[in-house]
Design a protein around this ligand. Structure first.
Ligand SMILES: Nc1ncnc2c1ncn2[C@@H]1O[C@H](COP(=O)(O)OP(=O)(O)O)[C@@H](O)[C@H]1O
Ligand SMILES: [Mg+2]
Length: 300
């Protein structure tokens, strides 16, 4: 029986869904925390130690979570993902994709560099410059969003609406990430989440926030939407730019009807999306990983 390592500190519903999907294809899963892995670089030994895989490395690793921590800790966790890939173990999504997408500055840069629409964004260290950018934006009638560079699920995101908001403006670990606020189409607040697997959009939903933050983790409700060509094209291109096997792409359609990419998630949740559609997302990802990555390795 094949074996898969699912990197996570909190398997929960998603871990269970993946385990079930892998089990249906003849693979057993172990949940592993990246905090428990280590390098043992000695002659004649497997250099990467993964608990539960002491004798043989897994057939593949599925990355469901990379814990936060000091720069050294996070670099070490990513090192394990890079090392496994170098050792020929498929890593889904791989370390490079995870690395680039958890870093919101790099995501914004790569999207813009590829010519994809993404909001105007400034990322910098200097507080005076950050204040000056924010003042200029406010004076021109724009609102700004301030985000932690490594945030997720809406954590730490603030909206700058007026000049007195600048008093509390602080960087996250010394870095300011400021982005022009995009007013969405229609009433209230909403954005879209498109789930892409191997270059194909498999499902999409509208997320309606109770305020301007549309994360499901922040109470946004989910509505299934049609996979429409413009949004699909953008989501697929954004996923390709970030070189991901699969992704959850956040897109806002503005008041002029233009779509803009907010985020490309390399470790997206899919519980909210699956609650409104009858696609089994875990099975689609598992099939993709097995057919494109494991069977390919076996054949080589
Ligand atoms: N530039 C923006 N304009 C309008 N809303 C935004 C903007 N950036 C983020 N948001 C809102 O905040 C949510 C979270 O932002 P996102 O960049 O996806 O970070 P996270 O990683 O925390 O999900 C988005 O889904 C959207 O609702
Ligand atoms: Mg998001």
């Amino acid at each position: 029986m094949g074996r898969i390592a699912i990197f996570t500190d909190d398997p929960g519903w998603h871990g269970k869904q993946l385990s079930l999907a892998f089990a249906g294809r003849g693979y057993r899963c172990d949940y592993v925390s990246l905090t428990e892995c280590r390098f043992a670089i000695e002659s004649g030994r497997q250099p990467v130690f993964i608990p539960g895989f002491e004798h043989e490395l897994p057939d593949a690793a599925f990355v469901r979570g990379v814990p936060g921590g000091s720069l050294e800790e996070v670099v070490l966790y990513l090192d394990f993902l890079h090392a496994l890939k170098i050792l020929g173990i498929p890593v889904y999504n791989d370390g490079h994709a995870v690395e680039r997408s958890v870093d919101k500055a790099m995501t914004s840069f790569l999207l813009h560099n590829a010519g994809l629409p993404t909001p105007m964004t400034w990322v910098l260290r200097d507080r005076e410059q950050a204040l000056s950018i924010a003042e200029t934006e406010l004076n021109q009638g724009h609102l700004l969003i301030s985000k932690p560079l490594f945030g997720s699920q809406g954590e730490g995101i603030r909206r700058i609406e007026k000049s007195t908001d600048l008093f509390w403006l602080t960087g996250s670990h010394g870095v300011y990430y400021l982005q022009r606020f995009v007013h969405c189409e229609g009433d209230g607040f909403s954005d879209h989440r498109v789930f892409v697997i191997n270059g194909k959009a498999v499902a999409a939903m509208r997320r309606r926030g109770t305020f301007w933050l549309n994360n499901v983790a922040r109470g946004a409700s989910c509505e299934l939407i049609e996979l429409e060509a413009e949004m699909v094209d953008l989501a697929v291109k954004a996923t390709a730019v970030l070189t991901m096997d699969y992704a959850g792409v956040d897109i806002i359609r503005d008041r002029e009807g233009r779509c803009t990419v907010i985020e490309v998630n390399s470790i997206p949740a899919w519980k909210g999306l699956e609650s409104v559609c009858d696609v089994n997302i875990a099975e689609l990802m598992v099939d993709d990983l097995i057919s494109r990555k494991i069977n390919k390795c076996a054949a080589a």
